[in-house]
Design a protein around this ligand. Structure first.
Ligand code: DX5
Ligand code: ZN
Length: 222
């Protein structure tokens, strides 16, 4: 079984004091943070850009999982890498030449994450699965924090786990959207191990929320 990990999504953090929030999650045992970049085109909203990521990089040694919700992300992967991304997530729906964009990320020496919107079939992954480090299944429609988990995604995670197992690939499955300590078991059961959570970590007492997820993970693994 892949190691279960919580990836707090800084979209819901306090943007006036990101350095403090990063330290807070790190103190609670987090190793990776999830950073959402939105272009107001691929998704309706705008979030933060590369100068902010570069500032975060100076303030933190955490692993940066950068989720690019932008059209033609190939235009930005170099900037993401320079700003301090360790893993770069690109949407299959946003890439005209997905395979090429994957190779661009590889050439930069960064980990590759391929992302699917809720309505995108798993078959979109068929010819790239051997080239990725993680697959991220969106469990809400991308663009905003605080939305409700889409229940049909549980079966999608299970099917992806099946595809990976059949191919003999030990690629971890990441999920993003609507995750809370109260509903995370179903995605773990289905085969996900990298759990992105924004509002349920940062809208409240950060350390306590992280520990609540960690308790569920520990019970699940026991
Ligand atoms: C949404 C982003 C998420 C967002 C999740 O488009 O990709 O990473 O922060 O937020 P929650 O956990 O509140 O659903
Ligand atoms: Zn995200």
């Amino acid at each position: 079984m892949d190691k279960i990990e919580l990836l707090p999504s800084v979209l819901s953090a306090d943007f006036t004091d990101l350095g403090r929030d990063l330290k807070e999650v790190e103190k609670a045992g987090v190793r990776t943070v999830h950073i959402d970049v939105m272009d107001g085109n691929f998704v309706p909203s705008l979030s933060l850009g590369f100068p902010v990521i570069a500032s975060m990089r100076k303030a933190s040694g955490l692993f940066f999982d950068v989720h690019l919700m932008v059209e033609e992300p190939g235009r930005y992967v170099e900037m993401a890498a320079e700003a301090g991304a360790d893993r770069i997530g690109i949407h299959v729906e946003a890439c005209r030449h997905l395979h090429r964009t994957i190779q661009q990320i590889r050439a930069l020496g960064k980990e590759v994450c391929v992302v699917l919107n809720p309505a995108t079939p798993l078959t979109a992954l068929e010819y790239v699965l051997g080239d990725v480090d993680t697959v991220l299944l969106m469990t809400v429609n991308p663009g905003f924090g605080g939305q409700a988990y889409i229940p049909s995604m549980t079966e999608k995670i299970r099917r992806l786990r099946g595809m990976l197992d059949t191919e003999g690939l030990s690629v971890p499955i990441e999920v993003d959207g609507g995750m809370k300590p109260g509903n995370v078991r179903q995605v773990l059961d289905a085969g996900a191990s990298l759990i992105v959570a924004g509002s349920s970590v940062f809208n409240g007492r950060i350390g306590e929320s992280v520990r609540e997820f960690q308790r569920v993970f520990a019970e699940y693994s026991a």
